[in-house]
Every structure is written in structure tokens, then in C-alpha cells.
Design a binder for this molecule. Structure first.
Ligand code: ADP
Length: 150
């Protein structure tokens, strides 16, 4: 069973995340979208809302599961018997950030990170930009899946 964890804050899920997940579906038997819970971090959307948006977006996908976790991502992977971490890359900043995390995770637990390069049309989308637009009453409909808009 090839099981991958796609970890993130998903505050909120964006079209960039959806692109990565959809393109990873053929690669794995199961993908757990794992919402990391960090007590020190302030989120704009509640955990329940973030989870609901993801579930609604992938309601038809049998191989997609949505869970929450706290603590080390590799510990969650081990508990879930997942050997892979899925991440998206937008640019070299993402690469520089992801490289050391992936190397650490491989060293800590032998978890392999798998990267998918985002489609060019999504390389400008981040959850933080969505939050900025939303806070200032801008239109986020071109940045997020329909479930977030409702
Ligand atoms: P984190 O808090 O870990 O950065 P995010 O929810 O922001 O969590 O992102 C989760 C994953 O999705 C990361 O691998 C990130 O690089 C990727 N990602 C975010 N936005 C995009 C995008 N527009 N295109 C491709 N991948 C993306």
C-alpha cells in the first residue's frame, strides 16, 4: 500500500493545493491530507472549517482521507504507516525551504518526500495571499476551490 501524507495548514486550501493533490492521486493508493495543528499559530479559518473545505472539495475521491495531527510530521506518518510525504513546489524559495526539511525527515524516520512542481498558473497562489485578499474584502473566488467560497 503506497500511502502518502500531504501536510499543511490549509488556511485555507487553495487551487494550488488542489492541483498538487489531483496530480498525485495516480501516484499513490491513498493520500492523507493532514492538517497540522500548532497551538502557537493563529489561523484565520477554524480547524473545523478548514477540514470541511477539504472534505467537500474531494468528496468524490475514494483514495483521499483528511485528518489532523500535531507534533512531528514524521511521527504522524509512522503512526499512519505512510512512507511518503507529498509537497508542492512553486519556486526556488519553496525548494530551499523544503530541501532541509525533506533531508531531516529522511534522516529521522526514513520517510521519502515526493515533490510535484505546481502548474505555472498557480505559482502565485499561497494561503497567505488568499488571507490578505479575504481580510481586505477582495474576491478570492479565482484562488480557492468552490467549497471555500460558500
Ligand atoms: P505550510 O504551512 O506547511 O506551508 P501550506 O498549507 O501553506 O502549509 O502548504 C502545504 C503544501 O502545499 C506545501 O508543500 C506548499 O509548498 C504547497 N503549496 C502551497 N501553495 C501551493 C501552490 N500554489 N502550488 C503548489 N503547491 C503549493
Amino acid at each position: 500500500m503506497k500511502r502518502a501524507v500531504f501536510p499543511g495548514s490549509f488556511d485555507p486550501i487553495t487551487l494550488g493545493h488542489v492541483d498538487i493533490i489531483e496530480r498525485a492521486i495516480p501516484l499513490f493508493d491513498e493520500i492523507i491530507i493532514a492538517i497540522g495543528v500548532n497551538a502557537d499559530k493563529k489561523y484565520l479559518w477554524s480547524l473545523e472549517d478548514r477540514m470541511q473545505y477539504i472534505k467537500a472539495t474531494f468528496s468524490g475521491e475514494k483514495s483521499i482521507k483528511v485528518k489532523t495531527y500535531s507534533g512531528l510530521t514524521v511521527d504522524f506518518c509512522t503512526a499512519e504507516s505512510a512512507r511518503f510525504i507529498l509537497r508542492g513546489l512553486r519556486n526556488t524559495s519553496d525548494f530551499n525551504y523544503e530541501q532541509s526539511i525533506a533531508q531531516t525527515n529522511a534522516g529521522l524516520a526514513g520517510i521519502e518526500s515526493v515533490f510535484i512542481m505546481c502548474a505555472p498558473k498557480y505559482s502565485n497562489i499561497s494561503s497567505s495571499i488568499v488571507r490578505d485578499v479575504y481580510r481586505n474584502d477582495g474576491d478570492i473566488s479565482g484562488l480557492v476551490p468552490p467549497a471555500v467560497k460558500r
